[in-house]
Design a protein around this ligand. Structure first.
Ligand code: HEC
Length: 213
């Protein structure tokens, strides 16, 4: 900036001398400096095409004959969200309360499906064993709680389905990636993960106890 006003000093002095012989060179240089700075600043300030007229949704409009800014739906438009999805299988809840039981029998096949879905969609954060130390967490994502706590063991199983469907705190919903029945399969697998740390040898059927010996 000093260099620029010094340069300007010469030019301004010349014209100043012509029209106002008494002008003080320093003051003139300062004014020139300000003028130049203003020219630079305002040169970058143009609003053409930047500030266009726009309507907010459902605002009034004088442009369209029906007086509304929002256009009517095109014939044949269908809703994107499927509301048949709102029953207990999808939400895990009845009358807003998470249920404590499965809406269909949990077979080995369901558990294997749950394991597969869990490892795809949940383990990146919750970890393969449910300890909350998945790869995304090791890379800086907020750490979820371990499933192996008394409070999460005590939660009704519908809570897990609810969390998958609607999200929980910093965890976003997985409703668009995990189909309703798969939510229960995952919930069943999480129960299996929890049981895996609570089970003693005495809980096993005799045939399996035999294998451990
Ligand atoms: C991108 C990381 C991420 C993924 C993937 C993720 N979660 Fe979470 N989950 C979190 C975080 C973080 C929390 C803690 C949220 C909070 O307390 O704000 C959480 C919390 C939970 C809770 C505990 C809720 C409570 O009552 O404390 C459950 C249950 C849960 N997640 C289930 C799942 C299931 C099932 C999946 C897979 C379908 C899944 N999460 C996938 C990050 C994730």
């Amino acid at each position: 900036m000093t260099t620029i006003s010094d340069d300007m000093d010469g030019g301004l002095l010349a014209s100043g001398n012509r029209h106002a012989p008494g002008a003080r060179p320093r003051g003139a240089a300062a004014i020139a400096g300000i003028a130049l700075a203003a020219a630079i600043v305002f040169a970058g300030c143009h609003s053409d095409m930047y500030n266009q007229k726009k309507y907010k949704p459902l605002a009034a409009s004088e442009f369209y004959p029906d007086g509304q800014a929002s256009r009517p739906l095109v014939d044949g438009t269908v809703v994107h969200r499927d509301h048949s999805d709102d029953g207990v299988i999808a939400s895990g809840k009845v009358n807003g309360v998470p249920v404590n039981g499965f809406p269909f029998p949990v077979t080995e096949q369901i558990l294997r499906r749950g394991q597969e879905r869990y490892n795809i969609y949940c383990s990146p954060c919750h970890g393969r064993t449910g300890d909350g130390r998945g790869m995304a967490v090791q890379r800086g994502f907020p750490q979820p709680p371990s499933y192996h706590t008394d409070s999460l063991r005590a939660r009704p199983v519908g809570h897990v389905v609810d969390v998958i469907a609607h999200g929980f705190g910093r965890m976003y919903p997985y409703a668009d990636r995990v189909a309703p029945r798969d939510r229960w399969a995952i919930a069943a697998y999480i129960r299996a993960l929890q049981a895996s740390r609570q089970t003693t040898v005495a809980d096993l059927p005799p045939s399996q106890r035999q294998q451990l010996k």
